[in-house]
Design a binder for this molecule. Structure first.
Ligand code: NAD
Length: 295
């Protein structure tokens, strides 16, 4: 029978550990980690994420500095704020909620965040460190979603060494860092993407399948190898009709019901990867705080 990996519970445990650690650090050093959350404009989904991140951060004892900016702010003004936050002593992590409005160069803004305060782990220096370090070092700032996926895989107590992992998706925030992390666990990693040929055949050889595509229920049950582990990163909102009423439903990139019977373990959507992403953001902020204390 397939194990449904409970991302909510694993994330809760991680947050509890962080809360205990932060309380001890606060007692010893009389200061707490600080996270600056920068949102530009009023994209509804961004507001939901920012609210959830702020609530979780506050609950574990991280001080949140909220910067909600007008949609019309210029790139220069935003860069000036980042510059100030880079210098602000009590800010250990800076999170810029994406997407930014079209008139602002997202990469330029992300690159301007000081690498030591890079709560999302997107800065080129941290991306480079992730790529060249031989192990999944405790002090690295690693992109939150893939690190959350890795923690869920490690929690299964299955030996990852030598397993064939297929990661579908090559984005900078999920697919590529996920592949790096699995490589460090000594998996044999294949990255698939929109131009991959015979994706179904490739997936059917995967011991571990990570789907980060953004297409609802794209991966079908008959693509999945018997006894595989499936991590579904996708978050897709679809409309379903129940009793003549149209309702919104969140689904992943994998057809969960079809896939479940083939797997030994699988993440659900919602309640899988999503909660882990926020918990790992809090973890990165705490790592930045500890790195600063030890300087
Ligand atoms: P993205 O759009 O940047 O990347 C999607 C990737 O999928 C691309 O690399 C593309 O090559 C690949 N792809 C597209 N069509 C394909 C096809 N037909 N066959 C194979 N590959 C194909 O998206 P992203 O930011 O990496 O996010 C992916 C999904 O994960 C989205 O649903 C997003 O909402 C979700 N997501 C969830 C979390 C979370 O916390 N759970 C965090 C980030 C992203």
């Amino acid at each position: 029978m397939s194990q449904i990996i409970d991302g909510k519970l694993i994330a809760q445990n991680l947050r509890n550990d962080l809360k205990t650690e932060i309380a001890a650090l606060k007692q010893k050093f009389n200061k707490a980690p600080g996270l600056a959350v920068v949102q530009v404009g009023n994209v509804a989904a961004s507001s939901v994420y920012v609210k959830a991140k702020t609530k979780s951060a506050t609950e574990v004892g991280i001080e949140v500095f909220d910067h909600h900016l007008d949609n019309e702010i210029t790139e220069d003004e935003l860069m000036l704020l980042i510059k100030k936050l880079n210098q602000q002593e009590n800010v250990n992590g800076i999170l810029v909620q994406l997407p930014l409005p079209k008139h602002i160069n997202e990469q330029k803004v992300l690159d301007s965040i000081h690498p030591d305060k890079d709560a999302d782990g997107f800065h080129p220096l941290n991306v480079g460190k992730l790529s060249i370090s031989s192990s999944n070092d405790e002090n690295l700032l690693i992109p939150c979603t893939p690190y959350g996926c890795l923690l869920m895989l490690k929690g299964l107590k299955t030996d990852l060494k030598g397993k064939h992992a297929v990661v579908i998706g090559r984005s900078n925030i999920v697919g590529k860092p996920m592949a790096q992390l699995l490589l460090k666990e000594s998996c044999t990693v294949t990255i698939a993407h929109s131009k991959t040929i015979d994706l179904d055949k490739l997936c059917s050889r995967a011991d571990i399948l990570v789907a980060a595509i953004g297409k609802p229920e794209f991966v079908k049950g008959d693509w999945i190898k018997d006894n595989a582990i499936v991590i579904d990163v996708g978050i897709n909102r679809i409309e379903i009709k129940t009793d003549g009423e149209v309702k919104n439903k969140l689904v992943g990139d994998v057809d969960f019901l079809e896939a479940k019977s083939k797997t030994t373990a699988i993440t659900p959507v919602p309640g899988g990867v999503g909660p882990m992403t926020i918990a790992c953001l809090l973890r990165n902020t705490t790592i930045s705080f500890k790195n600063k204390l030890s300087q």
